[in-house]
Design a protein around this ligand. Structure first.
Ligand SMILES: *[C@@H]1O[C@H](CO)[C@@H](O)[C@H](O)[C@H]1NC(C)=O
Length: 222
């Protein structure tokens, strides 16, 4: 049993790590994205940072709650905002990436994944990192000495393109000072809350606080 889960998790880690750094989004996904959604007022416009933020803000108002399921959201928000979420997130991510490319202390992108299981959490992390072309690092906290932790319930995975662990986080992860926080590293911990989704946060140089809770499967098709 131990061996089985070790093999399984090692394979996942290997997939997560192997793709390496430095793969780029197709050039179509640059800062100007033409909306394809048929049901939106903005469908023929070019999405701006302001519009993308607004779309995500509106969505977050309804979705950032405990025990949300897509069905409980107003139809208008499902029809208008849901289809544009990936484009809005990509746009903000691209703006952040441009800032990161100029100055590595700027343009941080952070994900906070609240999932029902370790498998769902890791699958979500992979689909987002792939979907957004984010740097891939190491997933900490999912195993001890190479053996997957026995986590039955929900998990929280924190991903950061450029940040660092605080000393207390390093201590609680048991990694000691080997644990340098590198771009694209993620930390997994048990989570018993009732939120489900991905907190997407970007830091742009306008200083506006941008953090939105969006569905786990936003980039599943990626
Ligand atoms: C969400 O579900 C949990 C567990 O069933 C429950 O304790 C909590 O009160 C619920 N929260 C809301 C806002 O309904």
């Amino acid at each position: 049993m131990k061996l089985e889960s070790f093999t399984r998790i090692s394979l996942l880690f290997a997939i997560f790590l192997n793709a390496g750094h430095g793969f780029l989004l197709p050039s179509a996904c640059r800062s100007s994205i033409v909306l394809k959604s048929a049901s939106s007022d903005t469908d023929t416009d070019t999405l701006t940072i302001q519009q993308a933020s607004q779309i995500l803000q509106e969505w977050d108002q309804y979705y950032n709650k405990e025990n949300t399921s897509g069905n409980s959201l107003p139809e208008e928000i499902m029809n208008k905002n849901r289809p544009i979420l990936p484009a809005a997130i990509r746009l903000l991510n691209e703006a952040a990436r441009e800032e990161r490319d100029k100055d590595s202390t700027m343009g941080r992108c952070m994900l906070g994944i609240c999932a029902s299981s370790i498998d769902e959490g890791i699958a979500t992390l992979k689909s987002w990192v792939t979907g957004l072309g984010l740097p891939r690092g190491i997933l900490h906290g999912a195993d001890k000495d190479g053996v997957q932790l026995d986590l039955d319930g929900g998990v929280y995975i924190k991903y950061n393109t450029g940040g660092f662990l605080t000393f207390s986080q390093i201590r609680s992860s048991g990694m000691g000072f080997d644990a340098l926080w590198r771009p694209g590293d993620a930390l997994l911990e048990p989570y018993d809350g009732n939120y489900r989704g991905v907190y997407f946060q970007v830091e742009l140089d306008d200083g506006v606080f941008r953090q939105y809770l969006v569905p786990l499967d936003t980039f599943d098709e990626a």
